[in-house]
Ligand binder design. Structure first.
Ligand code: CAA
Length: 241
C-alpha cells in the first residue's frame, strides 16, 4: 500500500512541487493550505492531489485537519512541514505583529504539524519528518530577523527530533533552500533581487522549486534511512555551513 504523505502549504510554491514529486514517487499525498481556495482548487484539478484547509499556526485546527487527512487516506507516515510566510522589515521598523505572525506560522506551525502525527509514527516504528528551513536560517538576512529566527529554529527542531525518533525508526531532517523562483521571492523589490541578491548566488540564477522537491523525495525514501538530524542545503553555492 502507498505511504501517506502530508505537505503543509502544499498547493503553491515549493510545497506544490514537493506534493507533485511525492505523488510521482508513489505516495498518497495530502496538501494543506491556509487561505487561497482558488489556487487549491486549481492545484487539485491539475494534479488530482487532495487539498485541506487549515491554519498551521493553530494547534486545534492542525489536529482536526490531520485527523481528517488520516480518516480519508490512512496514517501519515511522511510529514513535510513546508508552510511559511515572510513579513520582511528592517528590525527598527519590524512590528510585534510582524514578529508574531511569522513565529506562529513558521515555527509554532512546525510543532503543530509534527506533534499530532508523532505518536502514530512511534507506534508504527516508521516516520519521515522533513522541515523546510532556509538559507536565511543558516546565514541570517537583512530585514528578516523574524523569518531567520524561525528557520534557524527548524534546524534545532530536527536535530532534537532526530535524537528522540531514531530508535523508533523515525528520521527528521531539514532542507535549506536558497532563493527559489516562487511568488515569495518574486515579491522582493525587483531592484533588490537583481542588484543585491542574485549577484550573491554563484550559480547566477534562482533555484527551481523542483530542485527542492527532489531533495525532499530523497529524504522521504528508504534510501535515506540513516540520514537523521541533517540539513540538505540547495542554494546554488550562495552559502556553506
Ligand atoms: N543588505 C544590505 N542593505 C540592504 C539590503 C540588504 N540585503 N536590502 C536593503 N538594504 C538597504 C537599502 O539599500 C536601503 O539603504 P539606504 O537607505 O542606504 O538606501 C535600506 O536598506 C532600505 O531601508 P528602508 O528602511 O527603506 O527599507 P524598507 O522599509 O523599504 O524595506 C526591504 C525594504 C524589506 C528591506 C526590502 O529591501 C526587501 O524586501 N529586501 C529583501 C529581503 C529578503 O531578502 N527577503 C527574503 C525573502 S525570500 C525568502 O525569505 C525565501 C527564502 O527562504 C530564501
Amino acid at each position: 500500500m502507498a505511504r501517506v504523505a502530508l505537505v503543509t502549504g502544499g498547493s503553491r510554491g515549493i510545497g506544490a512541487s514537493i506534493s507533485k514529486a511525492l505523488k510521482d514517487a508513489g505516495y498518497d499525498v495530502a496538501a494543506s493550505y491556509a487561505g487561497n481556495d482558488e489556487a487549491a482548487e486549481k492545484f487539485t484539478a491539475e494534479t488530482g492531489i487532495k487539498t485541506y484547509k487549515w491554519n498551521v499556526g493553530n494547534y486545534e485546527d492542525s489536529q482536526a485537519g490531520i485527523a481528517k487527512v488520516e480518516a480519508d487516506l490512512g496514517p501519515i507516515e511522511v510529514v513535510v512541514a513546508n508552510a511559511g510566510i515572510t513579513r520582511d522589515a528592517p528590525f527598527h521598523k519590524m512590528t510585534p505583529e510582524q514578529w508574531q505572525q511569522v513565529i506562529d506560522t513558521n515555527l509554532t506551525g512546525v510543532f503543530n504539524t509534527v506533534h499530532p502525527v508523532w505518536p502514530g509514527m512511534r507506534e508504527r516504528k516508521f516516520g519521515r519528518v522533513i522541515v523546510i528551513s532556509s538559507v536565511n536560517g543558516q546565514k541570517g538576512q537583512f530585514a528578516q530577523v523574524n523569518y531567520a529566527a524561525t528557520k534557524a529554529g527548524d534546524i534545532g527542531i530536527v536535530r532534537s527530533l532526530a535524537q528522540e525518533g531514531a530508535r523508533a525508526g523515525i528520521t527528521a531532517n531539514a532542507v535549506c533552500p536558497g532563493y527559489i523562483g516562487t511568488e515569495m521571492v518574486r515579491a522582493i523589490p525587483e531592484k533588490v533581487l537583481n542588484d543585491v541578491i542574485i549577484p550573491q548566488i554563484p550559480a547566477g540564477r534562482l533555484g527551481e522549486p523542483e530542485e527542492i522537491a527532489r531533495c525532499v523525495a530523497f529524504l522521504a525514501s528508504d534510501d535515506a534511512s540513516f540520514i537523521n538530524g541533517s540539513t540538505i542545503s540547495a542554494n546554488g553555492a550562495q552559502f556553506f555551513s
